[in-house]
Design a protein around this ligand. Structure first.
Ligand code: UT7
Length: 326
């Protein structure tokens, strides 16, 4: 039998509290005009005190399960892409597993920073393709506000908190004409550790025994993002014998509207075929793609049969893409 992963449902969750650019400009020397024109961001959601990454992930997971018409008992695996786990260990995914009432299967975290959802999706897809799992919950969840230096205007204006999730289900595609097209067509992952120091957190259990704060050489990361994303998008299309004009929807990692526009231009995609949430969510790291995906599926933009391209780049550097026939 030949299995492929079909996305059976999705869900997302945003903390209630909204922090606007105007409010931020009362805390650090910045303006709504600077943030909006350089990044497209107008506001971000911030987790409440005591609200943890696992809480956000759990809420998104519940919605994804409901959307897929499944319960926690159906799940074989939970993969949580996050850079902001509740604790150094155990894996936050195991907390979510317990919150969901799952008593079997496996759960683990995956660390690829902003590429965390694409990496998690790829790992889940490979478990399904090899027949080792049938139903997998893939989550991207972050409380990035907890690792920001709120006095550093070059980083604190860029990020937000949130979570998104999808349920992947094995579909037997052997010998079924046409049917085989649905689901994850391929995933493509990359990393290059030579660029560790252009986007990093200056702490950790082994180095400083502190959590640390985010540092980024923004302009340099921007330059790599444009080149790496264009490369991995072409790689995904070539691997499937598809061309740029075949793409119906681009669901990119939401770091900067200027990066989204650049990728869309390269693909020859009109603006209304790019799912944009960066204006309202800011950069939610591993959560940004499933948050955007959930929005566009629920409002009816993404429809069955359409070709959806997801891509992301983040600290590591890490980058990747996934092509999905909805
Ligand atoms: O999700 C992971 C991947 N991350 C990314 O892809 C992010 C990639 N990078 C970016 O999105 C952009 O580089 C930023 C949005 C981070 C920065 O935009 P930029 O156009 O590259 O600005 P810059 O860093 O070159 O800074 C331009 C100026 C500087 O002042 P001087 O040196 O020209 O006088 C900064 O000090 O803007 C200043 N600046 C600010 N001014 C007001 C930096 N941050 C702010 C701020 N408010 N918040």
């Amino acid at each position: 039998m030949k299995f492929r992963s079909v996305i059976a449902g999705c869900g997302s969750y945003l903390p209630e509290r909204i922090l606007t650019n105007d409010e931020l400009s009362t805390k650090v020397e910045t303006t709504d005009e600077w943030i909006a024109s350089r990044t497209g961001i107008r506001q971000r959601h911030i987790a409440a005190e005591g609200e943890l990454t696992s809480d956000l992930a759990y809420q998104a997971a519940l919605k994804a399960l409901e959307h897929a018409g499944k319960t926690a008992d159906d799940l074989d695996m939970v993969i949580l892409g996050t850079t902001t786990p509740d604790q150094t260990f155990p894996a936050t995914a195991t907390r979510v597993q317990a919150m969901l009432g799952m008593t079997r299967g496996i759960a683990f975290d995956l660390q690829a920073v902003c590429s965390g959802f694409i990496f998690s999706l790829s790992v889940a897809d490979n478990f399904i393709r090899t027949g080792q799992a049938k139903t997998v919950l893939v989550i991207g969840a972050e409380t990035f506000s907890r690792i920001l230096d709120w006095e550093d205007r070059t980083t604190c204006v860029l990020f937000g908190d949130g979570a998104g999730a999808v349920i992947l289900e094995a579909a037997d595609t052997s010998g079924v004409d046409g049917e085989g097209e649905r689901g994850i067509l391929s995933t493509h992952l990359h990393s290059d550790g030579r660029f560790n120091d252009i986007l990093y957190v200056d702490g950790g259990p082994s180095s400083t025994q502190t959590v640390g704060r985010v540092h980024m050489a923004g302009r340099e990361v921007f330059r790599h993002a444009v080149v790496n994303l264009a490369g991995v998008v072409d790689e995904a299309l070539t691997a499937n014998g598809l061309s740029r004009t075949d793409i119906d929807w681009l669901v990119p990692h939401q770091a900067n509207k200027r990066i989204l526009d650049g990728t869309a231009r390269k693909l020859g995609l009109a603006e209304d075929h790019v799912v944009v949430t960066v204006d309202r969510h800011a950069n939610t790291s591993a959560a940004s793609i499933p948050l955007a995906l959930d929005e566009a599926v629920r409002d009816g933009r993404i429809r069955p049969g359409q070709l959806v391209l997801m891509e992301a780049m983040g600290g590591g550097l890490t980058w990747g893409a996934a092509l999905v026939r909805w």
